[in-house]
Design a protein around this ligand. Sequence first.
Ligand code: 5GP
Ligand code: MN
Length: 331
Amino acid sequence: MAEMLSDRYAEDIERACEFLRSCDDALVVSHVQPDGDAISSTLVIGWLLDKWNKTYRLVNENGVPGRLRDLPMADQIGSYADEDAPEKKYETVICVDCADYARIGKIANWIAPDARILNIDHHPTNDRYGEAALIRHNAAATAEILYDLLLAAGVELDEQVGTMLYTGLLTDTGGFRYSNTTPHVMSVASELLKLGVEGNTIAERLLETMSMAQLKLIQRGLSRLTFTPDQRIGWLFITPEDMRETGAVNEDLEGLVNYARNVEGVDVGLLFKQIDEQSVKVSMRSSERVDVSAIAQSFGGGGHVRAAGCKVSGALDDIIRQVVERVKQEL
Ligand code: 5GP
Ligand code: MN
């Protein structure tokens, strides 16, 4: 199944393949607090490097979220806290799903200043860092780009890599519902199902199942849902006490912001997660009307038009006020 590829994209894929074919002892890394696409994309690179008998190490700052641990090869991905630092800093690095280099977080400490970097990503805010950049802004997921790369590399796909790719597509399209669910995404998904990938099992695990802690967190979040008088902006917040008292972990926050965003008439939904007294992680979701990636960028973050985020220094109340005011300007 061939897609019409732009010359630039086809060239970038070639260069990325060349980089991967010629690399050895590479560090494959994704962003902090990795999501389904970040983990899947890390694993796909590992799977390919295995095929080519390369040595490599898979890592990200936080490791693999619980619900993604069933993925093939997931036990190979280490976290910054649990892994020993390398004796020698890595000279070759493959960053997947990271809009900017800083998104890899503390893993940067393991990387030589002059390291060769291959940057594979789909975020519109990606600044093309690295020696080679393979970026397609309109790809639904980094996994979608990697599917094209594997085809170009001429390797035969199996159910294992199919499961990884499918997971990236499924999670970054919100279960094949968001506007990034293009005909190409659906045909790739179809090819992956033909490999024997169990789409329903993956969807059940990642989109349907909820931990008790997550449910309790939603209860707390909903009890605080607040709207502007015109009801075009909705937000909620979560404190460190909420996390502690419900037993929730970071992955349990996923989807919470949608309760604000999905209310009829709301243009922008916001989730403020207080990290400590001095910093707050903001998640932004919007209708087609508002570009939240621009808003997130103005606070030092980034992301997509309809889903973006940033980390801001300051007290929770102040940040809520500042961000809501900034969003109002965009309506
Ligand atoms: P989430 O709100 O689910 O954490 O993130 C939504 C989107 O915004 C994701 O595509 C993610 O990559 C991006 N994003 C979230 N936080 C940050 C950040 O601090 N910096 C950048 N550049 N992007 C972010
Ligand atoms: Mn992604």
